[in-house]
Ligand binder design. Sequence first.
Ligand code: HPA
Length: 239
Amino acid sequence: MNNKLAIIGGSGLTELQGLEVVKQQTIETPYGSCPITYGIYNDQEIVFLARHGAKHTIAPHKINYRANIWGLKEIGIQNIIAVAAVGSINPTLQVSDLVIPHQIIDYTYSREHTFFDQEIVTHIDFTEPYCENLRQKLLVATEAHAKAVYAVTQGPRLETAAEIDRLEKDGADIVGMTGMPEAALARELELCYACCAVIANEAAGRGKAEITMAEIETNLINGIAKFQTLLSNFIKMND
Ligand code: HPA
């Protein structure tokens, strides 16, 4: 089986519609277990991993990012498309839009964030946090915003309006909770990793009303449908 492409699904994508499941397996890693699904999507073998668990029970700060990335590496994955629900700070990014970020600012804390904390210390280059080759392929596959700075917050609560103002001043366009340490761990293991962010809501203080889970879920349904088109096109193009 060709295990080269993995999709990491986030909120709104605990299950990939249209994926013909071949096998489910838990990979044991030095960091814990990594639950993966092997399947066929548009005649192509891919691997799917639900970051928040099959029932969406794992909060962003509790995700075992190290086990997930290690497990994908162990089964021979080379490319990862990570799907992430985010709020929009930049008003040109509208709900249900797809965004392929090019930069990250990490505001998370106390997460296990490296494989390189034992024996030999290694400092990876992270100037460009995403795999540019994969980013460009995603952009050819569908209509999506081509650049965005992704601010990664700790969660699970949403931000205050003042925090969003601060993130905007810092240069962020979108805000989410799962972009890190996932991207850095993928780089540590030399995996090609890009993110497809789906705008779930306007960030705190930017919309007219309070942010509700119901609103987020509805917007994600539309956004995830767009991601499915992206993935189908991407697979056809890279057959
Ligand atoms: N903030 C942080 N994470 C998010 C948001 C948000 O507004 N929406 C979806 N994930």
